[in-house]
Unconditional design. Structure first.
Ligand SMILES: [Zn+2]
Length: 263
């Protein structure tokens, strides 16, 4: 799939609105109305429990039925919900502080992505949450990485990778080296291979969910890996100096089924 497919007509505009924050290269696609949307945060009166009340456009945050994140669990009845595979390649990313997280946006080249039931979802950006947003069997993790992908129609698929305390992580080191402490400062370009962020086993949970940030739009295909990657205390501290916590608490599972895909 060519990168140019993402840049046709209104598709990109919807991707930009839905994603955690606009890609730096796509900021000009935001309309003035979108820029006026309510500001939100991870604490106090603009925190997660109030997101749905802050703006009509955020209604799904409080009345949605398929919200993310959720508590993930395994039982023997579980089967996979869809076939998936990934294929990433080294590419240039611009790293920014968007006021909610540190985010690396794919620059104008192909970084690869996911294939879900034969359909291509191209990587557009990745970003971090601390502590983790998803839990496994009620267990929280120190950090979670979200690799955000979009298909031709602008539908999103997110790959979540949980982290545990351990050694320095090479991929994180590359991002942290340039991450801006101040919101809105210039984005820095780095070359990075997204494969660095994948553990050896990619056995995964799968479910239908939403963005974990306003507007909490649904229709997002979630794949969360069962295995973790490491992050060191020093690396975690460096992120928490900028964002002490930036996670949305787990949401009701409701009628949804969680798939489990061995790999
Ligand atoms: Zn996220």
């Amino acid at each position: 799939m060519k990168r140019s497919h993402l840049f046709t007509s209104i598709t990109l505009a919807s991707v930009v609105t839905l994603a955690t924050a606009p890609a730096a290269s796509a900021a000009s696609f935001l309309s003035p109305l979108q820029a006026l949307k309510a500001s939100w945060s991870y604490e106090g009166e603009t925190g997660p429990e109030f997101w749905g009340d802050l703006d009509e456009a955020f209604a799904a945050c409080s009345n949605g039925k398929e919200q993310s994140p959720i508590n993930l669990f395994y039982d023997r009845e579980q089967t996979s919900k869809w076939n998936w595979a990934f294929s990433y390649s080294e590419a240039a990313f611009s790293v920014e502080n968007n006021g909610h997280t540190i985010q690396a946006n794919v620059e104008n080249e192909d970084a690869g992505g996911l294939e879900i039931n034969g359909e291509a979802y191209q990587l557009i950006q990745f970003h971090f949450h601390t502590p983790s947003e998803h839990t496994i069997e009620e267990t929280s993790f120190p950090m979670e990485l979200h690799l955000v992908h979009a298909n031709h129609a602008g539908d999103l698929a997110v790959l979540g990778v949980l982290m545990e305390m351990g050694n320095d992580h090479e991929g994180i080191e590359a991002v942290w080296e340039v991450m801006p402490e101040e919101e809105g400062t210039a984005a820095y370009s780095i070359s990075l291979d997204p494969n660095l962020f994948l553990p050896e086993s990619v056995t995964a949970y799968q479910y239908d969910g939403s963005l974990t940030t306003p507007p909490c739009s649904e229709g997002v295909k979630w794949t969360v890996l069962n295995d973790t990657i490491s992050i060191s205390e020093t690396q975690l501290d460096a992120f928490r100096d900028i964002y002490p916590q930036n996670y949305r608490p787990v949401q009701e599972l409701g009628d949804r089924e969680i798939g489990f895909h061995y790999h």
